[in-house]
Structure formats: C-alpha cells, structure tokens
Design a protein around this ligand. Structure first.
Ligand SMILES: Cc1cc2nc3c(=O)[nH]c(=O)nc-3n(C[C@H](O)[C@H](O)[C@H](O)COP(=O)(O)OP(=O)(O)OC[C@H]3O[C@@H](n4cnc5c(N)ncnc54)[C@H](O)[C@@H]3O)c2cc1C
Length: 458
C-alpha cells in the first residue's frame, strides 16, 4: 500500500491579516499543526495600517470638528486646539491596544509556528520562505492587496503619499491633491481637511463614492464642500505631475479643459490590487491580476489550497476577510460538509461624518439585474433627532422587491455604521418593509429614519 506523504504542517497560512488569522487560530485550536507566514507586520493591514489607525484619527477629527462648531449650542470653543504629534501618539496607542498589531506572540501562544518573510510556492505542497523549505497538506493564501500608482506622467519622478504613509506624517500637509474619491480617499480627505489641509479630491467618475448610489455622492460632495472647504474634482483625469519648488504642480483635465494646481503633496487612493506574486503557477493555482479564482467553498484550482480576503479581489472589508477565513477553516477541517460564504448582508462602510453605510443590492445593482423594485427615502430632517442634534444632511433609503421584501438599503447619517445592522438583519432574513416598520425604533435615535423609510413601503 502506498504510504501517505507526510508534511511539516497540516495547514500553512500565507499572510497574517484578517483573511489569514481567523483560519490559523481555528485550525490550531482544532489540534492541527499550523504555520503562519508574514512578509511585513504581523496582524496585517487592518490593525497596523488601515482600519484602526484611520478610525482612531477620524474619531479625534470628528470630536474636534463638532466641538469647534459648538457655539450654536452655547459651547465656548475659541481656545480649542490640537497638537498633531500627540494625535499620532493616540493613534499608535489605539493600534497597540488592539493586541493584533505586530503581535507575533499571539500566534505562538496559540501553538502556531510563525515565520517572517515572503512565501513563494515551489510545488503544490512546498513553499520557500527566507531560504527555508516548508511543506503543507493544506494552504490558505491570504496575501491581501496593495496600492498601485495610476499611470500619470511624471508621477514616478516625484514623491507621493499613500493612505499608509500619510498616517505616519508628523503634520498634515498644507495642501493635498487626492487621486481617487472612493471610501478611503473620502475618509482621508475629511480627516486632513479638519486639521487644516486644503484638499482637492480628484475622481474620474461623475461623482465621489461612485460605488454608492447617486444621491450619496451628491450629498457628501455638498457637505464636504460647505463644511470642510474640500474641492471635489469629479469627472477629472489627472494628466501630469511635476516638481514645483518644495511642492508639486498637478495638471488635470475636467470637462475638456486643462487646469493645474500647486500642492504640497499628492495622495494616491485610486485602488488596490490583489497581491498574487507568490509563485501561484508552480502550485497550479489559477489567478488573474484581479485576484485568485476560487469555487463556492473558497478552494482554488488546486483543491488543497484555499484563498480568503482581499486577494480574492471582490471586496475590501475586514469583516468579509474574516468571514471568508472562517469558511475556509471550516471547509478544510470538515471536507464532507463544506459551506460557502454568504455575502448578502455584508455592509459597506465609509466612516466620514455623516457616515455612509449600505447593504444588499444598490439601486444600480437592481437596474443591472432588471429587477422590479420599489424604493423609499426618509430624509433625516423629518425625524426628531435631527432637531435635537441640529443636523440635517442625510437619509435612509430602502429598496424592496414588489412584495415588499428588503433587497438593499443605504444610510447617510451620523452613526450610519451602527444603524445599518438593523437593515442587514432584515435583508439576511428576508424581512418585509412592513415587518421593519412594525418593529419599534426608539424615539430620538437616528434609527427612527429606518422605520419612517420602511413605513413608506410597508
Ligand atoms: C486606509 C484603509 C482603511 C480601511 N478601513 C476599513 C474599515 O474601517 N473597515 C473594514 O472593514 N475594512 C477597512 N479597510 C479594508 C481592510 O483593511 C482590508 O479589507 C483587510 O485588511 C483585508 O485583510 P486581508 O487579510 O485580506 O489582507 P491584509 O490585512 O493586507 O493581510 C495580508 C498580509 O499578507 C502579507 N503578505 C503578502 N504577500 C505575502 C507573501 N508572499 N508571504 C507572506 N506574507 C505575505 C502582507 O504583508 C499582509 O500583512 C481599510 C483599508 C484601508 C487601506
């Protein structure tokens, strides 16, 4: 009888971010021999470079901004100020307190072997990392994504910032040209504008936050302009960048007219692409520059190799990466009862003020699928909380099918990232607008707008 091959590990996880960490921990707790490999900082992007640091700084920015505009409530704020290096210290503390940032020991305490370096497949069951060879019965590729600079004349000859490097700056630039007005570009635009930066937000699409429905971009563009002095340059193609004294001169084309602007710095927030340069072809794993191909169980074309997180190229959220990581762990531990990730109720968030959160199908999605739908919008200014907080710029929008079953929803409001979970639950369990409207929503909560929008359809 042929002997079963033996491997160094039952599971080798490549990448220690959200996509890798959950599966590594689940498999180790199940008694499997697990190794995790990290090329950069243990914990990956979310705790170290993205979600946690941006939200820690946005929290302070929004606190400062609210206090600064508190005179109408009777607050005296003329002496309010900030010390930017101290804000950075706060951000670093928030990162440290997650316990995940840079924490190799966490994995070791779970009995997981850790290796630093870039993993590279040699064969379907063998990788190298720092000249060591490791073999595994199963693999999980969770290498995430990275920023790519757009093809703009002169960009490679000047220095520019990314969302990672701007968070490490000792002070905000006096002026900043942001290329890309998706979630991250818009969050950083607001953050920097509150701390005094003159921001130009350039976006090739016809609205900012182009992945959201039309009313969202229009409303946010107006509030960013009126409240934060941000110049939104939609339908704008950035053409050229040159050094200009200590700053840069950016030339762009908008509505067929070429213009240029002098700025201290440029931030690239145009998009991230999956990190797939790890010898996947040697392991017979099919991929394109848009991500690794997987089946419904997150198995790649080499069935013992799974993939999860941003490397799949279809979402860029930590909760989605965690969901996929758990599903991959389940499937490799229980091959006879495989499951698939359910994305129907995964919210999409932008942590601006007001925040933006959407879940399920957008109106554009429904139009593309030719679905017969009904929709209702409740503007924030019709609910009582809008009066007591003196804030009006937002809405809740609900989309249902013809029978009233919720298909999608969008919230633009303070605390949108909390309000949306009510709607996510309704979408996941196919509740109707009427059922949502019949559920009490507390008086003077922003969530009353959910009930009002639902009642229009129920
Ligand atoms: C500025 C910013 C703010 C964000 N805010 C939010 C938010 O508030 N909420 C939210 O849900 N999402 C947010 N996101 C998205 C979220 O951070 C990502 O979706 C999430 O981190 C993806 O996790 P991941 O495990 O797939 O990738 P990562 O966390 O990037 O982990 C991949 C890891 O693999 C390592 N790696 C790569 N190649 C190799 C190799 N060959 N060998 C070994 N290791 C390798 C990398 O070094 C990296 O550490 C934000 C993103 C950014 C950029």
């Amino acid at each position: 009888m042929a002997k079963k091959p033996t491997f160094d590990y039952d599971l080798i996880v490549i990448g220690s971010g959200a996509g890798g960490s959950a599966a590594a921990t689940i498999a180790a707790r199940d008694g499997k021999r697990v190794a995790i490999i990290e090329a950069d900082t243990f914990g990956g992007d979310s705790p170290n470079w993205s979600d946690v640091p941006t939200k820690a700084l946005l929290h302070v920015a929004q606190l400062y901004d609210e206090a600064r505009h508190g005179a109408r409530f009777g607050l005296r704020s003329s002496t309010l100020g900030y010390n930017y290096p101290s804000l950075r210290t706060w951000k670093d503390l928030a990162v440290k307190r997650t316990g995940a940032g840079g924490n190799r020991r966490y994995y070791e305490n779970e009995g997981i072997a850790t290796f630093t370096g870039a993993a590279h497949f040699l064969t379907p069951n063998e990788i190298t990392v720092n000249r060591r060879h490791l073999t595994g019965a199963h693999f999980l590729v969770a290498t995430g994504s990275h920023w790519v600079a757009p093809n703009i004349q002169g960009l490679s000859d000047v220095s520019y910032l990314t969302p990672r490097t701007i968070l490490e700056a000792m002070r905000p630039p006096k002026s900043l040209y942001i290329i890309g007005a998706g979630t991250i570009g818009v969050e950083i635009a607001q953050l920097m504008a509150i701390f005094g930066t003159k921001v130009y937000l350039a976006e090739i699409a016809s609205r900012i936050l182009p992945q959201e429905d039309e009313e969202v971009g229009a409303l946010l563009e107006r509030t960013l302009k009126e409240q934060k002095g941000i110049t939104s340059l939609t339908q704008t193609r950035t053409l050229m960048v040159v050094k200009d004294g200590v700053g840069k001169r950016v030339t762009f084309s908008r509505g067929g007219i070429e213009k240029s602007v002098h700025v201290d710095d440029i931030l690239i927030a145009t998009g991230r692409i999956p990190t797939v340069d790890l010898g996947l072809e040697n392991a017979s794993v099919a991929y394109t520059p848009k991500g690794i191909e997987v089946n419904a169980h997150l198995q790649t074309t080499a069935r013992h190799i799974f993939a999860a997180g941003d490397v799949l190229g279809h979402s860029s959220h930590t909760h989605t990466a965690l969901l996929e990581s758990r599903v991959a762990a389940h499937n490799l531990l229980h091959p006879k009862s495989k499951i698939s990730p359910d994305y129907t109720a995964s919210p999409r968030l932008t942590f601006t003020f007001p925040g933006v959160a959407s879940v399920g199908l957008s109106e554009d999605d429904c139009a593309k699928r030719d679905l017969a739908v009904q929709k209702a919008i409740a503007p924030l200014n019709i609910i009582a909380r809008s009066n007591t907080s003196d804030f009006r710029d937002g809405f809740v929008k609900i989309i249902t099918d013809k029978k009233g079953v919720l298909l999608g929803a969008t919230v633009v409001a303070p605390g949108a990232s909390e309000i949306v979970h009510d709607l996510a639950l309704a979408i996941k369990y196919q509740l109707t607008a009427r059922q949502l409207a019949e559920t009490p929503h507390a008086f003077l909560s922003w969530s009353e707008a959910v009930r009002v929008a639902a009642a229009k359809l129920g």
